[in-house]
Design a protein around this ligand. Sequence first.
Ligand SMILES: Nc1ncnc2c1ncn2[C@@H]1O[C@H](COP(=O)(O)OP(=O)(O)O)[C@@H](O)[C@H]1O
Ligand SMILES: O=c1ccn([C@@H]2O[C@H](COP(=O)(O)O)[C@@H](O)[C@H]2O)c(=O)[nH]1
Length: 205
Amino acid sequence: MDCSPFVIGVAGGTASGKTTLSTKLKQAIADDAIILSHDFYYRANSEIPFEQRIKLNYDHPNAFDTDLLVEDVKKLKSGRAIDRPVYSFVTYTRTGETVHVEPTRVIIVEGILIFENKDLLDLMDIKVFVDTDADIRLLRRLTRDVKERGRSLDSFIAQYINTVKPMHEQFVEPSKKNADIIIPQGGENPVALHMLIDHIKALIR
Ligand SMILES: Nc1ncnc2c1ncn2[C@@H]1O[C@H](COP(=O)(O)OP(=O)(O)O)[C@@H](O)[C@H]1O
Ligand SMILES: O=c1ccn([C@@H]2O[C@H](COP(=O)(O)O)[C@@H](O)[C@H]2O)c(=O)[nH]1
């Protein structure tokens, strides 16, 4: 029997409900499951001054150190622990701290662009895309970014128009074709959620 960790990929546009769905999957399937967010692996860009860092494109695949995430998932799959980076959306850089993560039976990898990278896709046992209308995502993100990520209305609008929306159309939306399952309305879709949970439980039994 193959006992290597089961890897669930959860992708979708910004504020689509990836974290909400991942948390519900974790609670229902395996409470000790690890959630590895691609966001943890944003490049530090610490050599670039803050005033310039805030203007970078954070929605392009090159914004992430995906090679490190791939390496970490491979390590966990082979039973080895990792020390993953910690990223701050408020300072737009890594904090310099790490979080020690021990391997467990289930690993949930979530992020806007995780279905865009072939090496990462190859490590996933099941791929779920959270599909939420752009206007709903826009409103959720505005609320979250102002409340939790220290953004002003002006900076939010500029970032959304200049990078978030065009990169979504160029990279995130086309990557949906790599999903096994597309879930409308994210974590608030109980029928889809229960079907998914039952299916994954059967696969990892
Ligand atoms: N079904 C929902 N209804 C209302 N707000 C939601 C819903 N799902 C998520 N949110 C809120 O939207 C924001 C983004 O959700 P989150 O799950 O963090 O998305 P993502 O991880 O895709 O960016 C959060 O503030 C969350 O509380
Ligand atoms: O320093 C940063 C890094 C990223 N972002 C934005 O975050 C989202 C991805 O996070 P979700 O939780 O999936 O929404 C991405 O669209 C980036 O634009 C940022 O604003 N600042």
